[in-house]
Design a protein around this ligand. Sequence first.
Ligand SMILES: *Cc1c(COP(=O)(O)O)cnc(C)c1O
Length: 382
Amino acid sequence: MADMIPAARPIIGDDERAAVDRVLRSGMIAGGPEVAAFEEEFSAIVAGRHSVAVNSGTSALHMAFVAAGIGAGDEVIVPSFTFAATANSVALAGATPVFADIEADYFCLDPAAVEAAITPRTRAIMPVHLYGHPAAMHRFAEIAAKHDLMIFEDAAQAHAAALDGTPVGAFGTAASFSFYPTKNMTSGEGGMVTTGDADIARRVKLLRNQGMERRYENEVIGFNTRMTDIHAAIGRVQLAKLAGWTKQRQDNAAFLDANISGVITPPVAPGATHVYHQYTIRIVGHDRDAFAEALAAEGVGSGVYYPIPNHRLPSLISFSPRPGDGRQCGTEGCCAAGSCEIMPVTEQVARECLSLPVHPSLSQDDLERIAAAVTKVASAGA
Ligand SMILES: *Cc1c(COP(=O)(O)O)cnc(C)c1O
């Protein structure tokens, strides 16, 4: 059998190695000139907003909330169909994540579900640009204006995605990006807060460094969530390659769109620029996990992001919604029975979703094998 085509593959080359070597030889390893340069260069892909680098995407989300004054007693509306870091960051800031359902086509927060989840304690909406597809930001801007809410974008998977020409990371009060190795670009580990608010940018800079701007004159209680110059140097090299890799992901997705049949391929909303962190299909008429196993037997790797909605995770179930009768969603057979009243789309998509390889290192032969394998498995026994 031919080699397995992996679901994701970080690309690290000689340029990244040389950048790390340059920093190690300089002797300046903690945050310094590379971090400052990375921040300045990153601002170019978020329409010139302020960028502040931190040590992970999770820290970026967390610091943004603390910097904006979100905390105990505040509610932030989040999707349940995302990585747990989304809701974790709300809870880490001391606030309450309130889960809302998604729309099936684009896998992102459903504006109508968000509006229904608003209470007098709601302070913010946190859309996730899941898989690299921008969330419905124009609708969220209207809802936020109407109810006097802030918007925090979880752009961890969506570097350089856009909606009607505005890049993600330039819509909300603040946004957060991740540079984890499997994301569209990496710094090893790392994250970036972007904001149009100079005050929030300054507070994130304080928070990441024990509350210090001037040495040993700590102004607020802070964290150590700094990015090192080693990581920033890798991130700068990758940022310069991002546009080319994004184009490759989009070309790969276009090939898969045109050559796969028997499953639901991912549509793109009008005006949206999708950057295909994942190429996620929906499997109907087959058991999704059996489908993934059959693909693996054909040499095609795949991934399920995410099999368990956040509101049913042991860590987050205490935040799970309660329908009118007081039962907690996700317990007593509510969602497990596949008949969830509050999160019907989230539950359905969690059963159906399957992400295929779309990364820039796929060859034409790989793409043909992926499309042929998916079409073959979809037509078998259907
Ligand atoms: C990766 C990811 C994060 C967290 O980023 P880390 O850098 O791993 O901390 C947050 N939200 C989403 C949607 C992610 O995919």
